[in-house]
Design a protein around this ligand. Structure first.
Ligand code: SAM
Length: 287
């Protein structure tokens, strides 16, 4: 396993919860992580297995899993006090040839390193400790690789659109984006005005100010139209397939975020559609 410290790493000591099992940092979360991880695991299984070379098809010899906000590898579910695997531990058994995990927080990145150290796929793992924008700039991805990038921030400001464009330039990839609905957009709507500057989160995330034409709409309509603008930006960048998003709700059914899938290829969309319906006959295990 490689651990790559970057200048942008945040070495603030961990003050959140730690695991009662291994004493390492855990991320507190709501029980909606089950739905998030279920979709992630379904898609990863189909992607990594179907794209593998076999005696009958050339496939893709390099199948990369790239996670931009990986966390420490364990979550603590608030409602139950139950510890669950975080996304890196959910995907590590799958048939990718390289796993790249990025997290800015040093305590989280080091905890993930320890949790993966004895896994049989540990030699395929790189942990980049720093801002994902710096890591993506510095990453080298082999030619002819097919990448699945999971982008799971806590707010839209962490994912400026140039990150998506850089990813697209660097590798042929499918994306799964946690598109913040409640926290990222609706709750902060009052902050957004025609005078909002170019650093504001909606402009950074979309990569332009076209959202300003939506000001004055009701929150739900604003969100849906903003999503349509974002999908159009993805399409301009080459991710022309982005249907069948999944809404993740809080326990009281209030929408929290969308899982937005995007691919440049109809096959990617087909895989995502299967993952969402859980209809692939190879699936159903390990979630
Ligand atoms: C929602 S958590 C990740 C949860 C994880 N994907 C899972 O499902 O188990 C977000 C993580 O992003 C990290 N983070 C926040 N800003 C970042 C940035 N700019 N670059 C890289 N990591 C960042 C935080 O330290 C945190 O661990």
């Amino acid at each position: 396993m490689k651990f790559i410290p970057l200048q942008s790493a945040d070495a603030t000591p961990w003050t959140d919860a730690v695991s009662s099992k291994d004493g390492l940092p855990v991320r507190e979360s709501g029980s909606w992580i089950y739905e998030k991880h279920r979709n992630l695991v379904y898609f990863s299984t189909i992607f990594a297995t179907s794209m593998k070379p076999t005696a009958y098809k050339p496939g893709w010899p390099h199948r990369i899993y790239l996670e931009l906000f990986s966390g420490p590898g364990k979550c603590l579910v608030r409602e139950t006090g139950q510890e669950e695997d975080g996304s890196p531990l959910k995907v590590i058994d799958h048939e990718f040839t390289r796993f790249i995990f990025i997290d800015m927080n040093t305590a989280a990145a080091r905890a993930l390193e320890q949790r993966l150290a004895s896994h049989p796929n540990a030699d395929k793992v790189e942990i980049w400790n720093g801002d994902c924008a710096e890591a993506i700039q510095r990453l080298t991805i082999e030619r002819g690789a097919l990448t699945f990038a999971f982008i799971d921030p806590t707010g839209i400001s962490q994912v400026p659109f140039h990150l998506i464009q850089t990813l697209r330039r660097k590798t042929r990839c499918d994306l799964l984006i946690n598109f913040q609905h409640a926290m990222g957009i609706k709750r902060n709507m009052h902050q957004y005005t025609p005078d909002s500057d170019s650093d504001c989160a909606l402009t950074q995330f979309l990569g332009n100010e076209s959202w300003k034409a939506l000001l004055g709409r009701a929150p739900k309509e604003f969100f849906l139209e903003y999503l349509a603008l974002y999908r159009a930006r993805l399409a301009e960048t080459g991710f022309v397939h982005s249907n069948n998003q999944v809404m993740i709700n809080m326990n009281n059914r209030t929408p929290l975020y969308l899982l937005l899938f995007a691919s440049g290829h109809p096959r990617g969309q087909e895989f995502w559609d299967k993952a969402v319906s859980g209809s692939d006959p190879q699936l159903g295990l390990g979630i």
